[in-house]
Design a protein around this ligand. Sequence first.
Ligand SMILES: [Zn+2]
Length: 171
Amino acid sequence: MEQGGSGYRVEIASNSRSKCKGSLCGRSKIPAGAVRFGTFVDSGRFQSWAWKHWGCVTPRMLKNVKNRLGEDDLRNTLDGITALPDEWIDKIIRAVQEGHVAAEDERESKKIANGMKASTSTSIRSDKKPSMVPPKVVRKTKRHHVTTKSVLSDSDDEAEFTGSSEEYDSD
Ligand SMILES: [Zn+2]
C-alpha cells in the first residue's frame, strides 16, 4: 500500500467514490476526472486519504502545506503534482504561495453546493424565485462519533471521519 509520504497528495480522481471533506461543496462526491487534494490519515486502525475538491481546500490547509513542504519546491515535494497538466501545477503552486485557492475554483465548489440545493428544491416547488440565501447544507454534524484523527495534528477539518471506510478509496 502506498504510504503517506509528505502527507499530502494531489491527483485527478480516477473514480467518483470519494466524498469531499470540505464544507464549501456540501460534502458532495468528487467526480472522476476532477482534481482532488488528499491528506493522509493514519488512525492506527487503518490508513487512508481524506480528499477534497481543489476548490474546497481551505487557507488553513494551504498554510499547513506550506509549513510542511515549503513553497519553492512543490514539484518535488507534493505527491502527484507533476502528473497534472501544467496549468494545474501553476495553479496549485500559486495557491500555496498566496495562501488560498483561486476565487474561480472556490466558486466551482460553491456551485456544486448550489446545484444540489437547486435540484432538490425545484423538484418540490419551482415557483419560488431563486433565493440568495446561502444553501442550508448540513455540514457540521456532531463529531462525537469521530474515531480517527489525522497524523497531521495541525490540520484542520480535512480529516473528519465518520468511521465508515466505504467512501474512501482503498487503493
Ligand atoms: Zn468539496
